[in-house]
Structure formats: structure tokens, C-alpha cells
Design a protein around this ligand. Structure first.
Ligand code: ADP
Length: 496
């Protein structure tokens, strides 16, 4: 039997495992969902036991379905939902409460205070992040404060970790307490340039270094899987946050390479090489990966309402019954007839950053119908992504050759063609749309020496379709101008 690579993809709603051939083909996959806990409004938690159990059972099932023997698994790579925070006892392994999920807003006030105290610029400068409750740092502080555990942390009796650390500690022989640089970069405690925990930030948040994991490379030997799981101590050779794994799985190895994942929200990352580019447009500076001790950086931006706009058409407006219908409906009209939908339901992110903007539908006439509105909703996903890409180009000074796409809504041909048209660059969709898992598997292959270089892993990436831009420049300008005028109408709405 040929050798295979396995990706563990620990996500927000499910834990998945995917078995890949070394040529990057999916041999088998399995996902296990687990419950979400909402103990108070705005709070989100996961039971650590559920995370472990679902991940182990997904791994076992995917391997069983593949028909490969554990002896043929060359290496395992881990990728994960980012920022979700665990704290556990170093001796017993018992967790302090549930994991605090990235979406949880319970530490908003801690962040507000930091910003009010004038620490925003320092945080931005050191971590590349816009101060927010989203990141792990204030979540860890909350756990230490709430359970009164600062002294215990100081004594080295506690371990903090994001999902990658938590899985390694629990699933690997010898319980390594480690995290990779991409995950560390999302804690708001990690100094991007020094590539290490930042003493000033630790002091600011009253966090003892003794509870932090050791920061390691994204690819390279980490340890061996506990043989009790699959009957063999298989090497684990990669760890990366999900968006970083997907950037790798999309073969975005060169400066200026950019990918966009069209899921519930959209996540766009651009490789900026060995320079951490500071954004003037509200983007985050983050790690792409760290390999052989060498950091590669990225710019990151997100669209809050991506595929979620389509869910809104389906669930609230009842205009459609399935997301996939939107493609034919949009194509049934020549254009939106001047209609723009700005889906700023929860405010707008980069490059606008206005928490008070609200959903806006403009430009309607007596002839406006359902198809125009459905089309405007799809176009809105592309316009928001186009704005993010423009911001990245302005910040980095590099212009991408194409946009690599994946995620559920990238199946929509109309949306992809409109993205190519409105961004004025080719949109490229790969054969394997599971780019996050593929990225983790390729990183694991690199870490295990299955591939000798980044170029070899990039060669595994295969194109499915390319959408070439077809819109003339004057129309493109006009349409974008209309969109920006619509965005202006939506700004600061909820403030009044
Ligand atoms: P996530 O990983 O965030 O759960 P997925 O990558 O599974 O998201 O994508 C699901 C999202 O994509 C949903 O919001 C859905 O409305 C949207 N979606 C799925 N298929 C299509 C389609 N053919 N056209 C437009 N949107 C779609």
C-alpha cells in the first residue's frame, strides 16, 4: 500500500480527519459534530472532553474507511479553529472549566479597558492584531482571574493552550506542551518580530510565562501519536491554525499570493514573505507559517457576512430554499438593475471598520424583483472581498496574479465569475476544496521529509477551473463606485 498523510481538522462545530495520498487526493474523511454551549448571552464554550473524543473518533473512522494500515501513515498534521482557549492542570490534565471559544465576547470589557488605558498601539505594534476579545490573551486572563489561579500558574502547575496545544498534550506520547507560531500569533501575547512571547504584554495581562506552551515551527517533528489510539506511534509533524493551513493548501507560497475562503464569513490571507506588513487599512498582520525557524508573514482580513448573507435570504426572507439555487436565479437577470445590498448586519470590518453600519438595500425601482435582490446578495459577497483585496494590495504594494478560492460558496459559478470581473483578476478554484485539511497534510509531509521543499508541496496543488475577468474597465469602475456609494449609505446607521 502506498504511503498516506492524515490531517486532523479540529473546527468550531465539528472535528474532522482526512486521509490523503501523497499526491494530495482525498482517500477518506470523517467528521464528528459536537455540542456548542451558550451559558450566557454572548458567551460560547466547548467541553474539552467533546473536543478530544470527537477528534479521536473522527481519526479512527477516517482511517478505517480508508482501508490503509496505520503502518502506511507517514505522518499526521493538525489544523484547528483558532484562538479558542484551554487551561488545564499540568499534573492531572484536568481542565479549568470549559474551553472559551473564539466567538465568545465575555472579555470585551477587559479589551475596552486596555484600549482606554492607551495600550492599543502597543498591542498592534507587537502582535499585528487589532485589540479584540476574539484573541486568546484576554480569555486566558479571564480564566486565571475568575478561578483565582495566578499563583498556581506562577508555580508552573497549569498549562494554557489553544486547540493545537491541547490536542498535542492529550494525544501525543510524553505530553509535549507546545504550540506552533501561527497559533501563537493569535493569542495577542506573541511578538511577531521576536517570534516569542512578549514580556510587556504578559505583564499587562498579568499572565505568568510558566503556563505558556513552547512555540515551535509549523512543520517539523513534534512527537509520536499515543499508540493506544491507532496501535502505532505515528509521527505528528505539523500544526497550523485553519486559515494558515488553507493558505498553504492553496499553494500560496510566493509574496503576493492570496486566497479567499467563502464560508459563513470569508477569510482572505495574502503571503507577504519575510516582512510583517503593518496595515493602514484595518487588516491584521499574522503568520503565514514558520518553517526551519524562518517566519513567513501574511495579511488577513475577513468579511463578516459571506455565505451567511445567502442563509439570510433563505431563512429570514424565505426567497430561496437552498443556497445553490442562487446561481441560476442570479443568472436569470442581466444585472441587479442598479440594486445594491450592503449586508452590514453586524457592522462592517476592514477596510471600513464601522460597528454601527447596518444592512442596507438601495437603488430599487418599481421593476425590482426577487432575482435582482438575490443577485445583489451574491454580488455583495464579491464586493466585500474585492475591497479586502484592494486593501491588501495597498498595504503590501504587491499585486496578486490571481485569487485562489475555496469554501462552500466557492461552488457558485456566478459568484466566482463576478469576483473575477469586479476584482479584475482571474479567480482560480482548485480540485481539492478541502484546502485546510490538505494544507495540514502537506505541512505534515514537509515536516516528515515526504516532500523535500515548499515547491514540492506546491506541485501537489491542482487547478479545477479558472474564471477569467470579462468585464470592461469602465463598467467595473462604475459598478464599484455604486457599491461604495451604497456602503456610505450604510455607515454609522445604528449610532443615530
Ligand atoms: P463554514 O465552514 O463557515 O461552515 P462552508 O464552507 O461549509 O462554511 O460554506 C457554507 C456557506 O456557504 C453557507 O453560508 C452557505 O449559505 C454558503 N453556500 C453554500 N453553497 C452555496 C452556493 N452554491 N452559493 C452560494 N452560497 C453557498
Amino acid at each position: 500500500m502506498a504511503k498516506v498523510l492524515v490531517a486532523l481538522d479540529q473546527g468550531t462545530t465539528s472535528s474532522r480527519a482526512v486521509v490523503f495520498s501523497t499526491e494530495g487526493q482525498v482517500i477518506s474523511s470523517w467528521a464528528e459534530e459536537f455540542p456548542q454551549h451558550y451559558p450566557k448571552p454572548g458567551w460560547v464554550e466547548h467541553d474539552p472532553r467533546d473536543i478530544l473524543d470527537s477528534q479521536v473518533s473522527a481519526l479512527k473512522e477516517a482511517v478505517r474507511l480508508s482501508g490503509v494500515s496505520p503502518a502506511d501513515i507517514e505522518a499526521i498534521g493538525i489544523t484547528n479553529q483558532r484562538e479558542t482557549t484551554f487551561l488545564w492542570d499540568r499534573k492531572t490534565g484536568e481542565c479549568v472549566g470549559n474551553a472559551i471559544v473564539w466567538q465568545c465576547r465575555r472579555t470585551s470589557q477587559i479589551v475596552d479597558r486596555l484600549v482606554k488605558d492607551g495600550c492599543g498601539d502597543m498591542i498592534r505594534e507587537k502582535t499585528g492584531l487589532v485589540p479584540d476579545a476574539y484573541f486568546s490573551g484576554t480569555k486566558l486572563k479571564w480564566l486565571l482571574d475568575y478561578y483565582n489561579l495566578h499563583e498556581k500558574a506562577e508555580r508552573g502547575d497549569l498549562c494554557f493552550g489553544t486547540v493545537d496545544s491541547f490536542l498535542c498534550w492529550n494525544l501525543l506520547e510524553g505530553r509535549p506542551h507546545v504550540t506552533d507560531a501561527t497559533n501563537a500569533g493569535r493569542t495577542m501575547l506573541f511578538n511577531l518580530e521576536k517570534q516569542d512571547w512578549d514580556d510587556d504584554l504578559l505583564k499587562l495581562l498579568e499572565i505568568s510565562k510558566a503556563c505558556l506552551p513552547r512555540v515551535i515551527d509549523t512543520a517539523g517533528p513534534i512527537g509520536l501519536l499515543d499508540p493506544a489510539i491507532l496501535g502505532r506511534a505515528i509521527p505528528v509533524t505539523a500544526m497550523a491554525g485553519d486559515q494558515h493551513a488553507s493558505l498553504f493548501g492553496q499553494a500560496c507560497m510566493k509574496v503576493g499570493d492570496v486566497k479567499n475562503t467563502y464560508g459563513t464569513g470569508c477569510f482572505m490571507l495574502m503571503n507577504t514573505g519575510d516582512t510583517p506588513v503593518r496595515s493602514r487599512n484595518g487588516l491584521l498582520t499574522t503568520m503565514a507559517w514558520r518553517i526551519g525557524g524562518k517566519p513567513t508573514y501574511a495579511l488577513e482580513g475577513s468579511v463578516f457576512m459571506g455565505g451567511a448573507t445567502i442563509q439570510w435570504l433563505r431563512d429570514e426572507l424565505k426567497m430561496i430554499t437552498h443556497a445553490a439555487e442562487t446561481e441560476a436565479i442570479a443568472q436569470s437577470v442581466n444585472g441587479t438593475g442598479g440594486v445594491y445590498l450592503v449586508p452590514a448586519f453586524t457592522g462592517l470590518g476592514a477596510p471600513w471598520w464601522d460597528m454601527y453600519s447596518r444592512g442596507t438595500l438601495v437603488g430599487m425601482t418599481r421593476g425590482t424583483g426577487r432575482a435582482h435582490i438575490v443577485r445583489a446578495a451574491l454580488e455583495a459577497i464579491a464586493y466585500q472581498s474585492a475591497d479586502l483585496m484592494e486593501a491588501m494590495i495597498r498595504d503590501s504594494g504587491s499585486a496578486p496574479e490571481h485569487l485562489q478560492v475555496d469554501g462552500g460558496a466557492s461552488a457558485n459559478g456566478f459568484l466566482m465569475q463576478f469576483q473575477a470581473d469586479i476584482s479584475g483578476i482571474p479567480v482560480v478554484r482548485p480540485r481539492v476544496l478541502e484546502t485546510t485539511a490538505l494544507g495540514a497534510a502537506l505541512l505534515a509531509g514537509l515536516g516528515a521529509g515526504v516532500y523535500g521543499s515548499l515547491e514540492e508541496t506546491a506541485a501537489v496543488w491542482k487547478q479545477d477551473l479558472e474564471f477569467a475577468p470579462r468585464m470592461d474597465e469602465a463598467t467595473r469602475r462604475l459598478q464599484l463606485d455604486g457599491w461604495h456609494r451604497a456602503v456610505e449609505r450604510s455607515l454609522k446607521w445604528a449610532q443615530a
